[in-house]
Design a protein around this ligand. Structure first.
Ligand code: SAT
Ligand code: MN
Length: 590
């Protein structure tokens, strides 16, 4: 077997498994060179400079946006591709009705043919990475092999990558193998395959986000959810945020929402002026690994080290923290450009775009200037309210778990589950309108249990059973809530202002968990009455409040029937507890 020349010598302390795997991949893909990423600043600087020279990256206005670059992806490669994302378990039942499935041998054959010789004129990059603090027992490592320098730059921001991760792998022996090539970016030759039983990922034909940054959705959710089930923890699509009340007590919440429903904004929330004394700190904005602790509480770590957030809508009024965060050392993908080389997006108040996200002269007739799924990649440490606890190897204790979706009607602003078991039902029945984060029509309501529909690496029925089992281990389980920031009136206007005002709802939850704030019992759970929430300075009409705090029994009876239909897809594997809880709700609805 011929081996490609190494551009730089392999790092010390490299495990033989990693070396052998890199060798076999390079024999298959035939790269021009192999580069082992050491994760240093110098490496990132050199690669960035090269990509600017090669016009792959565009340097943005260095005075206004120092250290910021624009990358334009192929116009047919701008979002996750759920229809060609597969979970390849030996038994189809293990993947479940929630996943596309292919037999492992067939998938490996298909991918081998695609990967064969695919890196001929390219460099193969080896990226050792660690998801979670390097010294945390909860962290898990992987190695991504890719031929995309853009992926290298993103992984350097999004994960703890390079030398230290490689050393941890050498000590532990175990790592997730992620093989990625952009191929020819041909949508017909694009597949994202997961082999949870082998801790392997193979991704071909896309260079974008969750299809290509394999540490993120592929590893930290699909593969990790499988590992978590075996090891007794949960890998969830959740932000983690710390709230300190005016009395100085800090509590941590974890919240699951589908992609592009405001997780980053909630994690970086700015308290409204009428709520002085509150402090918010971000632990994570997208993924939480949750472990039952020896004290009977649930502990959370954020496996990531950066944010891959939605750009449009970000401005000083909606989220000043996010706006300040992305003014330096940020990699922008698919935003528009102003005449002064500043990045521009819908919702950016100043200036106008001259070039759209495809690099064409901007013409509103061709749609938005920035792609609706345009993204920023930025180090978590750039966040002005980054929590120092984000690097704590023990994680943070969680007081409340929140599920939410984007729903015009039905779901009230907030309600509290009766108990853990009911909370699992509430999470399992989340529904949400689709967004631009995945290819397909936006705005269609679909069930998205725990906001994990595209990300759970195994059968949802087994996953809900696992949720029930984890809950049974917790003597101090968090309370579980459902929220909906996206209710609209008959004219389509949002009823709730959202953003910083969401703190009013979070504060009520914390008061429920501590001093026992007021609520009223309803068939779907406990709802605050408007008077139970801090309403100081809130500008919402009483009609809007009435709608936000009401449970329409007719709509909810229909909702319960739809949830029952949805669950029937899971057949005998569905935990009976969920049907029992659904029956309780149905009975209470009368
Ligand atoms: O493309 S990503 O999966 O990284 C972002 C998202 O869809 O949440
Ligand atoms: Mn996400």
């Amino acid at each position: 077997m011929a081996t490609a020349p190494h551009l730089i010598a392999p790092l010390p302390l490299i495990s033989t498994e990693v070396a052998a795997w890199v060798e076999s991949v390079s024999a298959l893909t035939r790269p021009r060179a192999v580069h082992w990423c050491d994760g240093s600043q110098a490496e990132v600087r050199e690669l960035t400079a090269r990509l600017v020279r090669e016009r792959e990256l565009h340097q943005l206005n260095a005075e206004e946006f120092p250290g910021c670059y624009l990358y334009r992806s192929d116009p047919n490669d701008v979002a996750r591709v759920e229809h060609v994302t597969y979970v390849c378990t030996r038994s189809q039942e293990d993947a479940g009705p929630n996943n596309h499935w292919m037999a492992p041998a067939e998938a490996h054959d298909k991918m081998r043919a695609l990967f064969s010789g695919c890196m001929r004129e390219r460099t193969l990059y080896v990226i050792p990475y660690c998801m979670g603090p390097l010294d945390s027992p909860y962290a898990r490592c992987g190695v991504e092999i890719t031929d995309s320098p853009y992926v290298v730059l993103n992984m350097a921001i999004m994960t703890r990558s390079g030398r230290a991760a490689l050393e941890r792998i050498a000590r532990e022996g175990k790592f997730v193998r992620g093989l990625h090539s952009t191929g020819e970016l041909d949508p017909a030759r694009r597949f994202i395959m997961h082999f949870p039983e082998e801790l392997g990922i193979e991704s071909f034909g896309s260079g974008y986000g969750g299809n290509a940054l394999l540490g993120k959705k592929c590893h930290a959710l699909r593969i990790a959810s499988w590992q978590a089930r075996q090891e007794g923890w949960l890998a969830e699509h959740m932000l983690i945020v710390g709230l300190t009340n005016p009395q100085g007590e800090t509590h941590y919440l974890a919240a699951a929402f589908p992609s592009a429903c405001g997780k980053t904004n909630l994690a970086m929330l700015i308290p409204p002026q009428s709520m002085p004394g509150w402090k918010v700190e971000t632990v994570g904005d997208d993924i939480a690994w949750l472990h039952p602790g020896p004290d009977g509480r649930l502990w959370a770590v954020n496996p990531e080290a950066g944010y891959f957030g939605v750009v449009p809508g970000t401005n000083r009024d909606t989220n000043r923290n996010a706006f300040d965060m992305i003014r330096r050392d940020t990699l922008f993908t698919n935003v528009a450009l102003t005449a002064d080389d500043e990045p521009w997006w819908e919702g950016r108040k100043k200036f106008t775009p001259v070039l759209d996200w495809k690099g064409q002269p901007y013409d509103p007739k061709n749609g938005p200037a920035a792609h609706p799924n345009s993204r920023f990649t930025v180090a978590a440490r750039n966040n002005p309210i980054y929590s120092p606890r984000a690097d704590d190897p023990r994680g943070v204790p969680i007081s409340a778990l929140i599920f939410g979706g984007r729903r015009r009607e039905v779901a009230p602003l907030v309600y509290e589950a009766r108990n853990w078991q009911h909370g699992v039902l509430v999470g399992a029945s989340v529904a949400s309108e689709t967004t631009a984060a995945a290819v397909g029509q936006a705005g269609v309501v679909r069930r998205d249990p725990m906001a994990m529909l595209p990300f759970c690496g195994y059968n949802f029925a087994d996953y809900w059973r696992h949720w029930l089992e984890v809950g049974a281990k917790l003597t101090r389980a968090p309370k579980i809530y459902h929220v909906n920031w996206f209710r609209r009136d008959a004219q389509g206007r949002f009823l709730w202002p959202g953003y910083g005002e969401n703190l009013r709802v979070l504060a009520w939850m914390l008061d429920r968990c501590t001093v026992g704030a007021g609520a009223t019992e309803t068939p779907i759970g406990s709802l605050p009455r408007p008077a139970d929430l801090n309403m100081n300075g809130l500008d919402v009409t009483s009609e809007a409040l009435a709608a936000l705090f009401s449970v329409d029994r007719t709509l909810w009876r229909q909702e319960v029937a739809e949830i029952g239909d949805y669950f029937s897809r899971y057949g005998a594997r569905l935990p009976a507890e969920l049907l029992q809880e659904l029956a309780v709700t149905q009975k209470l609805l009368g």
